[in-house]
Design a protein around this ligand. Structure first.
Ligand code: PLP
Length: 376
């Protein structure tokens, strides 16, 4: 027994060493989390809420974990100012399962989708199982490097589906669209990065692993009144009403990921909430785009400033400097930058600047870019 305690203590000490080795983490997802989240998860993996057991070892129906779930749901409501009449759920299956669950629960006669990238296309593909899907606009003609503006949404659709942040292509709809139909939004990669007017939405969903916590949990915010109107039989696990009734505990939830999400939510509240973090996010994005526009070696892939994502900054080597791509990646890697390689469908680089990424990491990247420029 004594032996075991010593071992776990040593392990905790080693773990602390690992997390203080400074890396600048620009991964797109799973991605950087606040130190606070990692520390609290590390503690609860060994001893959760004074139970003497790991958070991975206790019943999800025990009072300690029920309190975690309740607080996580309450904090999502508080931070995003979710109005009455909406339910917040923590489900599994990622945003990809929501591509299917959304139409299963909300598609009655026809729906509209804005095609701004591969995630949007994948969402649209699932909706087509249920009937007519109108693609109101697409930016595929230029490899999704802009956001379509002048499109009309038919007034008789059940909803307009949007992807607020296009993680792969680096564009972001930074304000709620002005439309007369309910909106359904995939906010996987920018949820909680800015305020959102939830009442415009019938459904918001997000995989946790970009801005919230470890992979394995999916946040869903759904307007209760929008449900139960399709007339279709919905398989139990795919029915939002199952999970609303079950308070996200119809079956075993992803206990450790939900615990992680709760820590990030607490951290975000401590930072001043979404309004405060939005200011920091704007500063971070302006800092990096400013350098990209100035530095002769690099070009952002999204030309229009208003379309550029604050969360995922995509860029390539400027014309004439293409051959330096690998050298820059190696140069940045040697200085502690990780996750900068761009998605294969865009190439070049992608720096993800999620909520938890400190401004110092952006400044470090900018100085690496300047240093690289001075060598060429
Ligand atoms: C990452 C991502 C997804 C896919 O999420 P999973 O949780 O892996 O299913 C969907 N949409 C967007 C916008 C994403 O960034």
């Amino acid at each position: 027994m004594v032996q075991r305690t010593e071992k776990s203590c040593n392990f905790a000490a080693d773990f602390t060493k690992i997390i203080i080795m400074k890396k600048h983490n620009f991964y797109a997802g799973p991605s950087i989390l606040p130190e606070y989240t990692k520390q609290k998860v590390a503690e609860a993996v060994l001893d959760f809420a004074g139970t003497g057991l790991s958070v991975m070892e206790v019943s999800h129906r025990g009072k300690e974990f029920v309190a975690v779930m309740d607080e996580a749901i309450a904090l999502v409501k508080e931070l995003l100012r979710v109005p009455d009449g909406y339910s917040v759920l923590f489900l599994q299956g990622g945003a990809s399962l929501q591509f299917l669950m959304a139409p299963y629960n909300l598609f009655r006669t026809k729906v509209a989708y804005l095609n701004t990238g591969s995630w949007a296309s994948k969402a649209m593909k699932e909706a087509k199982f249920f009937g007519e899907v109108i693609e109101v606009a697409s930016s595929k003609d230029r490899n999704y490097n802009y956001l379509p503006k002048d499109y009309a949404v038919p007034t008789d659709v059940d909803y307009l589906h949007i992807t607020t942040n296009n993680t792969i292509f680096g564009t972001e709809l930074k304000s709620d669209p002005q439309v007369s139909v309910p909106i359904v939004a995939d906010m996987s990669s920018d949820i909680l990065s800015r305020p959102v007017d939830v009442k415009k939405y019938d459904l918001i969903y997000a995989g946790a692993q970009k801005n919230l916590g470890p992979s394995g949990a999916t946040v869903v915010i759904v307007r209760d009144e929008a449900l139960g109107k399709t007339g279709r039989q919905i398989p139990t696990m795919l029915d939002y009403q199952t999970h609303i009734k079950g308070e996200s505990m119809f079956n075993t939830p992803a206990t450790l990921p939900v615990f992680g999400c709760l820590q990030t939510l607490k951290w975000l509240k401590e930072q001043g909430g979404v309004e405060a973090i939005e200011k920091v996010n704007i500063t971070k994005a302006d800092t990096l785009y400013g350098e990209l526009d100035r530095n002769k070696l690099f070009t952002p892939t999204v030309p229009a400033a208003e379309d550029r994502s604050r969360m995922n900054v995509t860029f390539v080597m400027a014309p004439g400097y293409e051959a330096l791509e690998k050298e820059f990646l190696d140069f940045a890697t040697a200085q502690g930058m990780v996750g900068l390689k761009g998605h294969r469908s865009v190439g070049g680089f992608r720096a993800s600047l999620y909520n938890a990424l400190p401004l110092q990491s952006v400044e470090a990247l900018v100085s690496v870019m300047r240093e690289f420029e001075s060598k060429h």
